[in-house]
Write a protein of this length. Structure first.
Length: 318
């Protein structure tokens, strides 16, 4: 899909055609759309195809008067009953007269960027540097937003540690750890791109733009530090999680083993009285034996089991 915007009085407005100082937003493009943009704007074919590779890493390239900037932005993905996060590449191509963004899907960041630009009421597409840095800033804001959401999820999982016996929470935490690894790699790549942009070799920066770049770098590094902290916390939490699960299983196994030992006592005694040999209290005739043999035997069993239960409790097996 191709969408075209122009800036007028500080806001972004839809446009019917590609003109000077317009933003061309290309999302989930077809081969025909790519061919049209390539011909219309005379953009290098590689610049249009690199960002459509899902595994493309953040980088910065320059060919003649065209600059390609690839960044990675977070993307929520529904996985069963919970949400996980991945990162996808977005390409920003700057020519002498136009700005083009290209992505393999219609990411919500584009609508957020339009809303952000119109709210500021001071947006001008004649300065592509401002466009680039504000786009970076919005992408970094998304990272921080999703990191805060993951922090809440991690806290919820931590509360379930003491009663968890299944692998479900463990697998969810592995998914979060995988997401944080993606975030860490993407944010580091974005930071490298920002550093190169700040060198002035690709774009000339005014003092105001340099200050904006510094703000974007601070936000990006804050998100990067948050990601590293969460990775460390999650690693420690998962270690504790595994230990607690093992401990809970050991407690249950000790309880079951202790109960099996206690219940084995009456089973052994009752089995003995099923044998065809003389045994104590087997004669029930009041004149020859004990009329209360059944109660005496059960009382002895209760005493033995009670004593064994007391010993196991003292040793904290129950």
């Amino acid at each position: 899909m191709i969408r075209i915007f122009r800036s007028e009085k500080g806001v972004l407005l839809p446009s019917d055609k590609i003109g000077k100082h317009t933003w061309v937003c290309l999302t989930n493009p077809t081969d025909a759309e790519i061919q049209y943009i390539e011909t219309r704007l005379k953009i290098f074919p590689e610049f249009l195809r690199y960002p459509l590779d899902e595994e493309e890493s953040p980088r910065l390239e320059r060919e003649e008067q065209q600059i390609l900037i690839i960044i990675r932005v977070p993307q929520p993905v529904r996985a069963g009953l919970y949400v996980k996060y991945e990162t996808i590449p977005i390409g920003i191509i700057v020519t002498e007269e136009n700005i083009l963004t290209i992505c393999l899907m219609d990411h919500p960041i584009f609508e957020d960027f339009i809303t952000f630009a119109n709210r500021s009421k001071s947006f001008n597409l004649e300065r592509p540097v401002t466009f680039i840095f504000n786009f970076f800033l919005l992408a970094t804001t998304l990272y921080i937003k999703f990191l805060k959401q993951m922090d809440k999820v991690i806290e919820e999982y931590e509360e379930a540690l003491f009663k968890a016996l299944s692998n479900e929470e463990f697998l969810r935490m592995l998914s979060i750890e995988k997401t944080l690894t993606y975030f860490n790699t993407s944010l580091q790549g974005n930071d490298v791109v920002l550093t190169k942009l700040g060198s002035g070799r690709y774009l000339r920066l005014t003092e105001e733009e340099a200050e904006l770049l510094e703000d974007v770098q601070i936000e990006n590094r804050q998100a990067l530090e948050m990601t590293k902290v969460f990775i460390s916390i999650l690693a420690n939490t998962m270690d504790a999680y595994a230990s607690i699960i093992n401990n809970n299983v050991n407690v249950i196994m000790k309880f079951l083993a202790s109960m099996a030992i206690i219940l084995a006592i009456p089973n052994i005694i009752y089995s003995m009285y099923g044998m065809n040999i003389p045994l104590p209290f087997q004669e029930l005739d009041p004149l020859k034996g004990t009329p209360h043999a059944y109660y005496i035997i059960n009382l002895i069993i209760v005493l033995i089991c009670g004593t064994l239960l007391f010993i196991l409790r003292r040793k904290k097996y129950l």
